[in-house]
Design a binder for this molecule. Structure first.
Ligand SMILES: Cc1cc2nc3c(=O)[nH]c(=O)nc-3n(C[C@H](O)[C@H](O)[C@H](O)COP(=O)(O)OP(=O)(O)OC[C@H]3O[C@@H](n4cnc5c(N)ncnc54)[C@H](O)[C@@H]3O)c2cc1C
Length: 352
């Protein structure tokens, strides 16, 4: 492993490879579940570095965990357990920022570390909204992490995160790493290094965009949710209909960039907060809205009583951190907290 770590350091620089248990603890733990071992956490700073790191890890037969903001709740963002049959390497892509608005903002091109928060702020300037709004937008969730998880579903008209335009690497049937360029941007070059370098440098124009019938959002969702007697939910994890290359891949490929649709911001907004002690009221209301409304609401969100009660008592620290530190600084604050927890847990007399 020492050789592989050395190879990573040669690619991304010594400071961008973590190997000590205390330093990697945060990156080895999931937000809600999952904690495990990893030999190294590597932070590429360019798309070409990401490609080279992948190449070293694949050649060495490592298990690779792609990690962005690490807000995923399904266990895919971190290792789980210490009994992997191969060395585990975490590739944390949060430094790979980059956002290009395409066709006057009708679509956006996002890199692995581009956050939904950044995209939302950028689109505000042109009166548009992103394909996805998550609870975790405020704590730094990324566009590509969302696409990989098909995150979302509360937005009635925009659906969950989905695109058929992606640039990603996969390990093929022969065990070789290969770059699949389905981003729909032509003239970027032939080799992975050329393509990734030109893309990152923004060396393309709207004239290079390819449109061939593929979609950059789940544009059928608004129709599907009107099927009142469907025997499966409208949105569930690993829905086979939403698995397409990087979309829904949950880290099984390594994504470099995606094109996603953006949407016109609504001209007027009105929020309704409804409460009931009888859930059947909402079942009736839901069926009525979906069956009879010509225009569906932008978003519908459900909260149970326990959520309100819990928020009265807990998580004030997170609310204050978002307010005073801001979304941009939260991932660093979480990493610092994890380091402090790791150290404090080593002191036997302190409560765990
Ligand atoms: C407070 C909170 C609120 C949330 N609200 C919502 C919500 O409203 N709706 C919802 O659906 N989810 C929600 N989530 C879950 C989570 O935020 C989403 O799944 C989010 O999209 C994950 O993004 P991320 O950047 O944190 O990705 P990560 O958690 O880092 O990664 C998610 C998955 O994507 C893979 N991945 C990441 N980057 C790449 C890449 N470059 N290439 C290939 N694979 C990659 C990872 O391997 C992993 O499998 C919430 C979570 C929290 C903690």
């Amino acid at each position: 492993m020492a050789e592989i770590v050395e190879a990573f350091k040669n690619i991304v620089g010594e400071a961008n490879v973590l190997t000590k248990e205390m330093d990697t603890a945060y990156y080895r733990s999931g937000f809600r579940c999952g904690f495990g071992g990893a030999k190294a956490v590597v932070f590429p700073s360019t798309l070409v570095e990401q490609w080279k790191v992948l190449q070293v890890a694949v050649d060495a037969g490592c298990a690779i965990i792609m990690q962005a903001a690490k807000t995923g709740l399904t266990g895919g963002s971190s290792p789980s357990g210490f009994d992997y049959d191969r060395d585990v390497v975490i590739i944390n892509v949060s430094r790979l920022r980059g956002l290009h608005l395409l066709r006057e903002g009708a679509q956006a091109l996002a890199f692995p570390g581009t956050t939904l928060f950044e995209l939302t702020q950028e689109l505000k300037k042109i009166d548009r909204v992103p394909h996805s709004v998550l609870g975790s937008t405020t704590i730094g969730a990324t566009v590509i992490g969302g696409v990989a998880n098909n995150a979302g579903g509360a937005l009635c008209k925009r659906g969950s995160s989905y695109t058929e335009f992606a640039l990603y690497a996969r390990v093929n049937e022969q065990g070789m790493l290969e770059l699949i360029d389905h981003l729909g941007i032509q003239n970027l070059g032939e080799t992975p290094e050329e393509i990734l370098t030109r893309l990152e440098a923004g060396e393309f124009t709207d004239a290079d965009l390819i449109d061939d019938g593929r979609v950059a959002s789940d544009n059928d969702y608004v129709n599907r949710i009107r099927t009142l007697d469907a025997d499966v939910p409208n949105r569930y994890n690993a829905d086979p209909k939403r698995l397409y290359e990087a979309s829904g891949s949950a880290g099984k490929v390594a994504c470099f960039a995606v094109r996603v649709d953006t949407f016109q911001a609504p001209k007027k907004k009105q929020v309704f907060i409804l409460g009931t002690n009888d859930p059947d009221h909402f079942v009736t209301m839901r069926r009525d809205i979906l069956a009879t409304f010509e225009h569906l609401p932008e978003m519908v969100e459900y909260m149970n009583r326990a959520t309100f009660t819990a928020a009265e008592k807990y998580a004030k620290d997170v609310a204050l951190a978002i307010k005073y530190l801001g979304t941009e600084r939260l991932p660093k604050a979480y990493a610092l907290k994890a380091k402090a927890e790791y150290l404090l847990n080593k002191i036997p007399l302190l409560p765990k």
